[in-house]
Design a protein around this ligand. Structure first.
Ligand code: RB5
Length: 118
């Protein structure tokens, strides 16, 4: 099953790194945008990714500057449990205790190596 990926301009660069990392690890993904550093509205992307995750009963990753806007928007969807994670422990427990199906990352808060670990 493909991981649904999305970002706004604030998360664009980290998403490029995440895509390369997923490829190296052998995970398939579908990229729902955005596709450049041009300013865009994060809820549009969050809703597209959330709908795909709901439809496929899958998982997703959303990135914006802080991760806050993406998690708020995605969590409007009934079948979505989006978790903004800033540590590996958050990520571990978001899966183990909360059955999170979307990981949100704040690209202006979280460096690439920490994002990879998360
Ligand atoms: C965009 O500048 C920024 O507001 C957005 O990426 C995000 O941090 C919102 O939560």
């Amino acid at each position: 099953m493909k991981i649904a990926l999305g970002c706004d301009h604030g998360g664009y660069e980290l998403k490029q790194f995440i895509m390369k990392t997923l490829e190296k690890l052998g995970y398939e993904y579908e990229d729902f945008g955005c596709y450049s550093l041009e300013s865009c509205d994060y809820p549009d992307i969050a809703h597209d990714v959330a709908q795909a995750v709901e439809k496929e009963n899958g998982t997703g990753i959303l990135l914006c500057g802080t991760g806050i806007g993406m998690s708020m928007a995605a969590n409007h969807h009934k079948g979505i449990r989006a978790a903004l994670c800033t540590t590996e422990l958050h990520a571990k427990f978001a899966r183990r205790h909360n059955d999170a199906n979307i990981l949100c990352l704040g690209a202006r808060m979280t460096g690439v190596e920490l994002a990879k670990a998360i």
